[in-house]
Design a protein around this ligand. Structure first.
Ligand code: NAD
Ligand code: GLY
Length: 360
């Protein structure tokens, strides 16, 4: 098992990565359960796929199953969960475990942030996206009709148990979506990691010998960024760099209609657009763009529009992105592979870039 750490002074925590992380977690919780009440909030599809693990956990704590899917990340579900915790006698000294993908991690994490003004929680991510991104860094949220993740809090977990065996049942399309975030990590500031992904004979998949190392590299990168700028307040070059491909990507997601394109598939298209924009500024070569596109394609990710897109609507939605500052576009761009930076965006260039992408 590999261990990485998120260093945040008194709120630092470990990330355990490997094919036995669940067993290790169960062992730790067996001890913890002797002195504190525990509760697990779990994705219903994960519970159905892993009955033995659920049985093992249920000997230590009650398990609250949440219907799979983004719809569960709602204010209503947040309220229902808080009521269930109260009914179970969960108190300030108790701890909550979130077992599932980003939906469960974000929802249960937000409940842990708010219930009794904050209780401890642990992440047990079961999707690749949750492993490389959402389970680390303490962003928690629910959606409201006005937008995704608009209500939330920063609340760091006490530990993350990343068991790669879960990925064996993850649908291929969901695995590929997680790969977009993993490739994104390498593009931000780790050209060597990008080279390693590029040189793999077979692309990453469940059971791949490089999988745990790749997760560790992505988590180490995220941990460094989060340790330096936990609440995304740096004026430039901080946690916002993790949004590489996300401003263009969110516009794709919104125009495609939420649910029609997976977040990672939109991020893949967003990365391509951010490279096209960077090329217009003379910052990145055709050869580098070619290398990134070929890695995305090799990992079953789209590098062309995966559905009809409306350029004007996309640009408009980019101005309503959470990252917009004082009405100005804010973009993460690339000076090359492993060299991401932030700058204000030019709406004309952004429009030309979207047109170029749509015209592919
Ligand atoms: P998800 O949680 O909806 O999981 C995707 C699908 O996979 C679901 O149908 C789920 O039931 C299923 N699933 C989960 N684990 C499985 C397994 N091991 N085997 C088989 N099926 C499994 O989606 P996601 O992609 O993990 O996360 C997306 C969410 O994460 C979004 O709500 C997004 O806003 C959020 N997010 C948060 C952060 C953050 O920093 N907090 C970062 C990125 C994304
Ligand atoms: N997913 C982006 C972040 O954690 O900041």
């Amino acid at each position: 098992m590999i261990t990485e750490n998120v260093n945040l002074a008194g709120r630092s925590y470990p990330i355990f990565i490997g094919d036995n992380a669940f067993g290790f977690m169960a062992c730790q919780m067996r001890d913890t359960a002797k002195s504190r009440r525990l509760v697990c909030v779990a994705d219903s599809a994960v519970c159905a796929a892993y009955p033995d693990r659920v049985r093992e956990l249920s000997q230590l704590m009650p398990i609250i199953e949440i219907p799979a899917g983004e719809k569960s990340k709602s204010v209503e579900m947040f309220g229902q969960l808080c009521s269930k915790l109260a009914a179970l006698g969960i108190d300030r000294k108790s701890a909550l475990l979130a077992m599932g993908g980003g939906v469960i991690g974000d929802l249960a994490g937000f409940v842990a942030a708010a219930y009794m003004r904050g209780i401890d929680f642990y992440q047990i991510p079961t999707t690749l996206l949750a492993m490389v991104d959402s389970s680390v860094g303490g962003k928690t949220a629910v959606n409201i009709p006005e937008g995704k993740n608009l209500v939330g809090a920063f609340h760091q977990p006490k530990g993350v148990f990343m068991d790669t065996e879960f990925l064996g049942t993850l649908p291929k399309r969901e695995f590929a979506a997680g790969m977009a975030e993993l490739i994104k990590c390498s593009l931000i500031n780790d050209a060597e990691f990008f080279g390693e992904l590029e040189s793999l004979e077979t692309p990453l998949c469940a059971g791949h010998p490089f999988l745990s190392k790749a997760l560790a590299k992505a988590c180490a990168m995220k941990a460094r960024v989060v340790s330096a700028d936990e609440c995304e307040t740096a004026s430039s070059g901080g946690r916002a760099l993790l949004n590489l491909g996300h401003t263009f990507g969110h516009a794709v997601e919104k125009c495609a209609g939420y649910g029609n394109v997976l977040h990672g598939e939109a991020v893949s298209q967003g990365i391509v657009m951010c490279m096209m924009y960077s090329r217009r500024l003379g910052l990145i070569s055709d050869a580098e763009i070619g290398r990134v596109e070929s890695l995305l394609e090799k990992n079953s990710l789209p590098i062309r529009p995966s559905c009809p897109l409306d350029a004007a609507a996309m640009l408009d939605s980019m101005f309503h992105d959470k990252k917009t500052r004082s009405g100005k576009l804010r973009l993460v761009l690339l000076r090359g592979i492993g060299k991401a930076f932030e700058q204000d965006g030019d709406p004309d260039l952004a429009r030309k870039t979207i047109d170029e992408f749509i015209g592919r």
